[in-house]
Write a protein that binds this ligand. Structure first.
Ligand code: HEM
Length: 432
């Protein structure tokens, strides 16, 4: 067996926090390897990147998730007892619940609700001196996703709930005050949604049997029992939180359009193929989640390296999306690359890889692409604006990585035209 290349530092956590998106690929490059060992959060950790690595990482016979995510992430971003930390039959059964919600009709409904909210927001933006797109998109998505999911939301609650749902992903990996904010938001959001689950079960609120909140509230586990209300709440928040997190990608779409006016022109031509290619390139090019974690379930060997049972492993998502063996000139933003060929299940992995039903790949990928297409068309066909020229470079030391001074726009005007319509991009098991 070959020894796994090992970083010299006693612990590399600070290096990882300083540059979370490029930590793995930089070390892979300097050690001429796709796999190395580092000490992270005081634990021996294997780090790997590339599509071959993704293929083994997403083999459920080799890796499991229970205990893989750091406690701080479980107490903020994920919540405890959710699908992310399940394995085998329990995971497949819970995952099926999520996949059953992702029908083309439901995705289309979320699109329509989001489009309405964008139109309302636009009316406000026209009167505002300056608009923070990131904050506005968070609000738009909070209202739309609560309506879609069947979660009642009074007008007076919108600000508070938007802040809570945003803090769950925006502050989750921060240290100090940011982390405390995320912990508090998690407690408040869990309580809010646990009460809603209870009210649905007690029939105190009547919601459509087709709504996602209904599906989750009445979901039964493999023992045919209802989920604990707190766990059902974590799962409902597993829909609300990430939909609001699409505000990050929506903001990055505005960033991409600002720096690439050629793309704006092509998007105005309204070719569905080009819109899709543009959105895929935003997901590939821009950072979101740097990596994902799993634990070796069964000893195995890969390319002459040993993976002992119990070993924690990180798969580099951002690095794989920028791997020059898969992507020609990966540091260039080129939507056209997606017009030429469709990536396989292990190449484009900003939301995880492998099969949806068997692996931990994100079940929200169809919704993400759909709402991003809507945003790209909205920003190019419905609205004109000027961008405040502040520090617009992406801050790679933050998760999620965004333009340093946000994307702020002014002089907003509406373009009167036909409504933006996008075709829903989902059908189970088919690539986006
Ligand atoms: C904002 C864009 C999004 C990004 C960047 C994203 C990213 C990810 C990533 C990286 C994973 C983990 C993959 C792994 O560990 O192998 C994941 C899992 C998950 N995502 Fe997303 N996601 C997004 C949107 C969504 C949406 C819109 C939903 C639901 C409506 C969603 C629900 C989930 C769930 C439930 C899981 C856990 C799946 C499992 O453990 O089997 N995500 N996502």
């Amino acid at each position: 067996m070959k020894p796994i290349p090992k970083l010299q530092k006693w612990d590399s956590t600070l290096d990882l926090l300083r540059d979370p998106y490029r930590f793995i690929s930089r070390n892979c490059q300097s050690n001429h390897t796709d796999l190395f060992e580092a000490r992270l959060l005081l634990q021996k950790t294997y780090c790997m990147r590339g599509q071959d690595a993704a293929r083994i990482f997403y083999d459920p016979d080799l890796f499991c998730r229970a205990g893989a995510a750091p406690k701080a992430v479980m107490k903020t971003l994920f919540g405890q007892g959710g699908v992310q930390s399940l394995d085998e039959e329990d995971h497949r059964h819970r995952k099926q619940m999520f996949l059953s919600i992702m029908t083309p009709e439901k995705i289309e409904r979320l699109n329509v609700l989001t489009e309405h909210q964008l139109s309302f927001a636009l009316t406000r933006w026209k009167e505002m001196r300056e608009v923070s797109l990131y904050e506005e998109f968070q609000r738009v998505l909070t209202i739309a996703v609560c309506d879609w999911a069947g979660v009642p939301l009074a007008d007076s609650e919108v600000g508070q709930r938007t802040k809570q749902l945003t803090s769950l992903f925006n502050d989750a990996t921060k240290i100090g005050l940011g982390h405390i904010r995320a912990r508090l938001a998690r407690r408040q959001a869990n309580k809010w949604i646990t009460d809603i689950i209870q009210q649905i079960r007690d029939k105190e609120i009547s919601i459509s049997t087709q709504s996602p909140a209904y599906t989750i509230a009445w979901h039964r586990d493999l023992k045919n029992e209802l989920l604990e209300p707190q766990i059902a709440a974590v799962e409902l928040l597993n829909l609300l939180r990430p939909v609001v997190a699409i505000s990050v990608y929506m903001t990055l779409i505005a960033h991409a359009l600002h720096f690439r006016p050629g793309c704006r022109e092509k998007l105005q031509s309204n070719s569905d193929e080009y819109v899709k290619a543009f959105v895929q390139e935003v997901r590939r090019y821009y950072p979101f989640f740097p990596f994902t974690a799993a634990i070796v379930q069964t000893y195995f060997e890969w390319h002459g390296f040993e993976f002992p049972r119990g070993q924690r492993v990180l798969l580099d998502l951002y690095g794989t999306d920028h791997d020059s063996r898969i992507w020609k000139e990966p540091e260039l933003f080129q939507p056209e690359r997606f017009l030429i060929r469709e990536p396989n299940l292990y190449e484009l992995i900003p939301q995880g890889g492998g099969e949806y039903a068997l692996n931990h790949r994100c079940p929200g990928e169809w919704i993400t692409v759909s709402l991003m297409k809507l945003t790209a068309q909205f920003l190019t066909q419905k609205v004109r604006y000027q961008v405040r020229n502040r520090k617009l470079e992406i801050n790679f030391s933050q998760m999620p990585a965004l333009p340093r001074d946000d994307m702020r726009i002014h002089s907003v005007r509406e373009i009167k035209s036909v409504p933006v319509t996008v075709s829903p991009s989902q059908s189970h098991g088919v690539r986006i």
